[in-house]
Design a protein around this ligand. Structure first.
Ligand SMILES: [Fe+2]
Ligand SMILES: [Fe+2]
Length: 227
């Protein structure tokens, strides 16, 4: 359930959201994401908003739909603690956020579609295809924030909150490095737009170098050993 947010006194606190309407949506979202420590907090919403609205401008997509979807897409992460909740189940709550912020009713279904399908991946077999460029852009922006330096930091924040080890090289249980192999290294191939694909290639290279170096350090391979 959303928690009260004594710190958010007015929507002026959300300057990254560059219209009064987006600021109102962001203010509503603070009660959902405000105390997240798993990498799905308001800063993630801000970065996804920034990436997604820039992609919307490049692609000629509906900026209002994309921006609202970016701000609200991770309500599902805050609905039931560390229990997984599919985004589809969060749509009534997302609708409430949008209605309370005064978002245009006619565009709410388009936002809800973006939110519903944002957690789908080709490498797993897409069950809910994106049916709009706005939904594709939200996926691109969200997946870009999962790779690169910020993505690595978010992954290990998530790993800690969920009580998983940094790595478990001999096991197949969940771990930080395991998640890089299971998901994050797949995301470069999930991009829909050219601009996101270009950014993803750079971030993917950084992630690949990080994983390689992590494993070298894990096994203490930087120094020569006496034979
Ligand atoms: Fe999500
Ligand atoms: Fe997200």
């Amino acid at each position: 359930m959303p928690k009260s947010n004594p710190d958010a006194t007015s929507s002026d606190d959300y300057e990254f959201a560059d219209t009064p309407l987006f600021r109102a949506v962001a203010a509503e979202m603070e009660s959902w994401l405000g105390d997240d420590a798993s990498g799905h907090d308001m800063d993630h919403a801000r970065r996804v908003f920034d990436l997604a609205t820039r992609l919307a401008e490049i692609e000629g997509a509906d900026r209002e739909v994309v921006g609202a979807a970016a701000l609200t897409h991770d309500v599902h992460r805050a609905m039931n603690g560390t229990e997984a909740v599919h985004p589809e189940e969060s749509l009534p709550e997302v609708r409430t956020v949008l209605e309370r912020a005064g978002f245009p009713e006619a565009k709410i279904p388009a936002v809800l579609h973006c939110v519903e399908v944002h957690d789908e991946y080709d490498y797993r077999g897409v069950e809910r295809p994106a049916e709009s460029v706005e939904a594709e852009i939200l996926r691109d922006a969200d997946n870009l924030d999962a790779i690169g330096a910020v993505g690595i930091a978010r992954n290990f924040a998530f790993t800690g909150v969920y009580g998983n080890p940094l790595w478990d090289p001999d096991g197949d249980g969940p771990s930080g490095i395991g998640h890089c192999y299971d998901k994050l290294l797949e995301l470069e191939d999930e991009m829909h737009t050219d601009a996101a694909r270009e950014l993803a290639a750079d971030r993917h290279d950084f992630l690949t170098a990080f994983v390689e170096r992590f494993e070298r350090e894990w096994f203490g391979e930087e120094l020569p050993r006496d034979e």
